[in-house]
Design a protein around this ligand. Sequence first.
Ligand code: OSB
Ligand code: MG
Length: 367
Amino acid sequence: MFIEKINISILRLPFIQSFKTSFGTINAKRTVIVKLLSSEGIIGYGEAASFDAPFYNHETTDTCFHMLKTFLAPLILKKDLQISEAASLFRRIKGNNIAKCGLEMAMWDIQAQKERLPLKTLLGGIRNRISVGESIGIKASIRDVLQEVDLRLNQGFQRIKLKIEPGWDLNVIKSVRNEFGGIPLMVDANSAYSLNDLPLFNEMDNYNLLMIEQPLDSDDLWDHAKLQKIVRTPICLDESIKNSEDARKALEMESCRIINIKIARVGGLIEAKRIHDHCARKKIPVWCGGMLETGIGRAFSIALSSLENFKYPADMSPSKFYFQEDITDTFDVGSDGYIVVGDNVGLGFKVKDEIIGKYTIHQCEIT
Ligand code: OSB
Ligand code: MG
């Protein structure tokens, strides 16, 4: 495809309700939307859904905008490139995976439209529906958590993930188990613990959790391997897996038994699929995580989740849980806890340019 024009916008979408993790509270989503125009007149959209501050990983919304504008967009502008060729050009730039993913996604959207195929088919997806769980942030009180768990289970969500941090862990897990019995339950620590917390993790083994997501430092495959030798509960890595090489090493070291794939964190769909395929060969299940992104980012995650080795429910609650309005047509989670993977061409959801305009706080156009 030949790229004629690139538009990069920072949007600010206020949250209806704030979301607290071990690394901080998120009150609004500032995200970067990439819009490409190809020489055939096809428009493609992508999202670099970073967080505002470098607490999840090193990137921020503003570094994504900067990297896209200054280094990434010029690599593909006015060139005739396959997506895989663009991805190898991006690989020469260190890190900054979320920024890279914004551009790569938009190329996939164009490619799918050129081939008149849904993204799912282009990626080799096989599922017509994907199962969905809910991720529940750290709340003011345990009662608030119990209320939200009750609501989400009634709405059909297939598993509950509790965000934890030191002081907000076993007490919450115990309360949810007491109240709701053997529901599919897991926790996500976003790197808030160390091996000094071993007694806590041993205790967690008694609560039949599906998995413990990213308990230790994001750079530390080694200590995760030590922990996984001691605890029975599967460890799932999120932040630690930045590419397929990390996945290979984590599996060789037995640092985890499950991997959370976020397209943004790994720099795009090519790398996401590579991790998926490697895990499939090694019989390690994966599932799709989220970045509290808009409908654009979610659309790509839904298509990716239709691949065969996505074995656990995705963090894919509909945007109406977070935003007053979304920049795309939205999807619903059925009372059976599934999202239907449609067969519309391209990313599969109608993008609303006027709503993008309404929330844009900064933008540039590169021609
Ligand atoms: O680690 O998965 C995470 C939310 C904010 C920051 C980090 C994470 C999360 C989630 C929910 O767990 C993701 C989502 O539903 O998009
Ligand atoms: Mg996580």
